[in-house]
Design a protein around this ligand. Structure first.
Ligand SMILES: Nc1nc2c(ncn2[C@@H]2O[C@H](COP(=O)(O)OP(=O)(O)O)[C@@H](O)[C@H]2O)c(=O)[nH]1
Ligand SMILES: [Mg+2]
Length: 500
């Protein structure tokens, strides 16, 4: 059976543009230059991937028909609904339209996944974007099978949007998406919120917390169960009503760990990871070593200030360095995950759109390696693990000492050795890329641009070559999707041929 993707949204928001660029290989600059004729009814195309994927593009002028008459049958058996909305439209409209789609989804095709794209973010200011993000994320945080993305086909936003569409294609083919990131960032926010609410109220009915946090029952109960198991909470009854309060251990935990996170600091951290200038981030930024409770005992960056530059700490100095929070956060998550079995550990990945963190667990400590998001970690994994294993062995005693005493390790030999290694890793990795021994998204993007340039150079009468170029773009998407290095190399070869 073939798969199905449906684009829906008001008129003129960019649905057809996105479809043409990412599913048909059209040229972004051409599309921006010549306005497309509005879509009538629905236009559909069939992609020939591993399976056939039908892509339906619904005319926005006819939304009343799509949502209120039997024409809604167009949504039957859909794997993915892509809702495109203009990010500059009023918040109320965004919320209203999205709710309408979600209602229809639940009614007609409850298992389909909804991507909400707030599009054309190149046309709005950063501040405005933040306001919208807060509002929309808040409004839909509890909705299942929904992912919200902020997109544009212009400049810096092109790559993340491109990445998103490869994800969408993957999902449409049933290739499972990693849910870790979504869950993990939320996890921290929930734990912090729950413990802070209890702390502030001293004693509080469970129901009140649940209501305040607007959490679904199942998730809320999991959290409470987990916190009780950790002996952070104790349950009692007040006027026959079940209430909870913090235990001594719970209070300590708040003072020592959770108190250092504020919801704003988590949000800031999330935004900072997303906002740093992608091109400037070194492939391997640095690593932290933390004890089993998540206390950082050693930090090494590739050059001084590298973490500060790309993870931009909060100005509130007393709150401590946000970087120190990451291992705590990861360790808290790992404990939680062990309890309720939500993730495949220990290779836990925390991913923002620009950076990713890979954790490696040792007996006495955990290591968090920060990398640029497009680093092809599999290609260097062996080497990285071997080096860290060695480091752990060499410095085991020192690390043990500092874990016991609770102090940072001030070992200049560890630092200088590690810094040299990071420098070398960056250099080696760049060499591998240049020599096409491995590839990453940066390559895909460059090739994509190259194909665009070629497209512009070629006269319209050579339609055969133009078709070839379009096809190559789709192939490029596919090879990025499958991490297929051989087909990537073939594309490079074909481009060279066409270019000569
Ligand atoms: N600034 C900007 N304009 C865009 C973007 N995507 C599409 N557009 C423009 O938005 C207009 C409407 O696009 P179209 O795809 O026809 O919208 P549809 O009615 O939703 O199918 C066109 O002029 C596009 O060039 C974007 O990311 N940024
Ligand atoms: Mg259209």
């Amino acid at each position: 059976m073939s798969k199905k993707i449906v684009f829906t949204g008001p008129p003129k928001v960019g649905k057809t543009t996105l479809r043409k660029i990412f599913f048909e290989g059209e040229n972004p600059s051409k599309l921006l230059e010549y306005s497309l004729t509005p879509t009538h009814g629905q236009e559909s195309i069939l992609l020939n991937l591993k399976e056939k994927v039908g892509v339906f593009d619904l005319a926005g002028q006819e939304n009343q028909r799509w949502y209120e008459t039997e024409a809604k049958s167009v949504f039957f058996d859909t794997q993915i609904i892509i809702v495109v909305l203009d990010s500059s439209s009023p918040k109320e409209e965004i919320v209203k339209f999205t709710k309408k789609v979600l209602k229809l989804r639940d009614e007609i095709t409850p298992s389909s996944f909804v991507y909400l794209l707030l599009h054309k973010i190149d046309l709005i200011s950063k501040d405005k974007l933040k306001i919208i993000k807060d509002k929309v994320n808040d409004e839909f945080q509890d909705v299942n099978l929904l992912e919200i993305a902020y997109t544009s086909i212009m400049k810096y936003s092109f790559l993340p949007t491109f990445t998103l569409f490869t994800e969408i294609l993957k999902l449409s083919l049933g290739i499972k998406k990693d849910e870790n990131e979504k869950y993990s960032l939320k996890f921290l926010e929930y734990v912090v919120s729950i413990l802070n609410i209890i702390d502030q109220n001293v004693v509080i009915p469970k129901e009140d917390i649940k209501r305040d946090l607007k959490l679904p029952d199942k998730i809320f109960n999991n959290f409470i169960e987990y916190l009780e198991k950790m002996e952070f909470l104790e349950a009692s009854k007040l006027n026959k009503k079940p209430v909870i309060s913090l235990t001594k251990a719970g209070k300590n935990y708040i003072n020592e760990i959770v108190g250092k996170f504020s919801i704003e600091s988590i949000q800031n951290f999330k935004n900072n990871i997303e906002e740093s200038k992608f091109e400037e981030i070194p492939s391997f930024l640095g690593f932290l070593i933390a004890d089993r409770n998540g206390r950082t005992i050693s930090a090494t960056e590739v050059y001084e200030g590298a973490f500060g530059l790309f993870l931009k700490y909060n100005d509130e100095v007393e709150k401590g360095n946000e970087l120190d929070l990451i291992p705590m956060f990861i360790s808290a998550l790992e404990k939680f995950a062990e309890e309720i079995n939500i993730m495949d550990l220990p290779g836990f990945k925390l991913e923002g759109s620009n950076l990713k963190i890979h954790t490696i667990k040792y007996d006495i400590c955990t290591l968090c390696l920060f990398m640029r998001n497009d680093v092809n970690f599999n290609s260097v994994k062996k080497e990285v693990f071997a080096w860290f294993d060695n480091l752990m062995e060499t410095y085991q005693d020192k690390l043990k000492q500092s874990i016991e005493s609770g102090n940072m390790v001030y070992s200049s030999s560890l630092h200088s050795e590690a810094k040299k290694w990071l420098e070398q890793m960056n250099k080696n990795y760049d060499d591998l890329l240049i020599n096409l021994k491995i590839y990453n998204f940066e390559h895909v993007k460059k090739l994509y641009q190259k194909l665009d340039e070629l497209y512009l150079k070629i006269d319209f009468k050579y339609s055969m070559i133009l078709e070839k170029l379009k096809k190559l773009k789709i192939n490029l998407m596919e090879s990025a999707m499958d991490n297929n290095f051989q087909s990537f190399k073939d594309i490079v070869k074909k481009i060279k041929e066409l270019d000569s």
